[in-house]
Design a protein around this ligand. Structure first.
Ligand code: SAM
Length: 311
């Protein structure tokens, strides 16, 4: 499969966007996206992995749970994201966990570098640490690791965001050893993702201008096409399935707060006047009540597409 030149300017734009969004991401989306992460830890058998690479890990709620409850002894886990804010939250929250007090566990933040010698970094840890965790800034399209150095690769909900997914797929293949397993998840079919599309319907109903900030995030939601792309970079035994990752928002407020701060609608919302914002809010609450309120058993939904593949 042809790879493309990495668009560094676009990358910086995305990094800035995720840096700003990180605190809100932690309080809203992450508690939902753990469902998707645990799908991947399960299908890749990451609990048996010795050298695990997780990319686009966000604020790392699932990574922390993985470390505490699934990661096996005598293993190493490289947790990366392009956003420094996401990485910072991951490390800070990790240091607050009981697991961080375990004398066998150690975390280290690595400086961003074009080349990181994974085995050397691991060997710098004393033998007494049986779970070795590394946090670093890295771009999924251009990983700093040598060829064939991991046995598990995890990417939850970031492949559909990067400008050139083919680059990320090639990198996943490159950094895995023969027989290594990769798991990817991306947004599912648009019609099954009301968590993303509802806000657009509210703008329409309220007769306000709306441009979807993440409209293209559905670009990988065709299962057969994605399987083909994954095979094209060399993976075999490629399996894929759609699954639900239901947001289960506790309240209309939570759903509304997510809608106005998430990348998808943030810009459209912020360009409204105060009066328009109020009108938007009333419309949102009314439509939400009608579709997902106390009188119905309907929930917003968020389908994801999971792919697991072997090198
Ligand atoms: C939707 S979030 C998913 C985060 C986490 N995996 C989860 O499931 O909650 C996408 C993450 O990908 C990161 N990201 C976006 N583009 C990236 C890139 N090119 N390289 C590495 N990370 C990237 C973002 O900073 C963000 O943390």
């Amino acid at each position: 499969m042809e790879t493309k030149e990495v668009d560094h300017e676009r990358m910086r734009f995305l990094r800035d966007k995720f840096n700003v969004w990180a605190p809100m991401y932690e309080t809203t989306v992450e508690k939902v996206s753990i469902q998707s992460s645990f799908n991947l830890y399960s299908v890749t058998r990451a609990n048996k992995g010795s050298k695990i690479c997780e990319v686009g890990a966000g604020c790392g709620l699932s990574a922390r749970l993985f470390i505490s409850y699934l990661m096996k002894d005598d293993s190493s886990y490289f947790v990366s994201d392009i956003s420094d804010e996401m990485n910072k939250i991951f490390v800070q929250r990790f240091l607050d966990t009981d697991t961080a007090l375990d004398p066998n566990v150690k975390i280290e933040s690595l400086e961003e570098s074009e080349s990181i010698d994974v085995d050397k970094e691991i060997s710098r840890f004393s033998d007494r640490f049986s779970k070795r965790i590394f946090s670093l800034r890295a771009n999924n399209e251009f990983l700093p690791f040598p060829d064939g150095c991991f046995d598990v690769y995890i990417s939850t909900l970031s492949l559909m965001i990067v400008p050139n997914p083919e680059n990320q797929l090639s990198e996943a293949y490159r950094v895995l050893e023969e027989g290594g397993i990769a798991g990817f998840s991306v947004w599912g079919r648009k019609e099954n993702c009301t968590m993303m599309t509802f806000v657009g319907e509210v703008f329409k109903e309220a007769q306000l201008d709306y441009t979807s900030g993440s409209g293209s995030s559905f670009k990988l939601s065709d299962k057969d096409a994605l399987v083909k792309d994954v095979k094209k970079v060399g993976f075999k035994d490629v399996k894929a399935y759609y699954t639900m990752t239901n947001p289960g928002f506790a309240s209309v407020e939570e759903s509304y707060n997510y809608a106005i701060t998430a990348a998808d609608a943030k810009l459209s919302y912020e360009s409204c006047t105060e009066e328009q914002k109020q009108h938007f809010k009333t419309t949102f609450y009314n439509m939400y009540e009608e579709r997902y309120g106390d009188s119905t058993s309907e929930m917003m939904n968020w389908e994801t597409l999971v792919v697991v593949a072997k090198k």
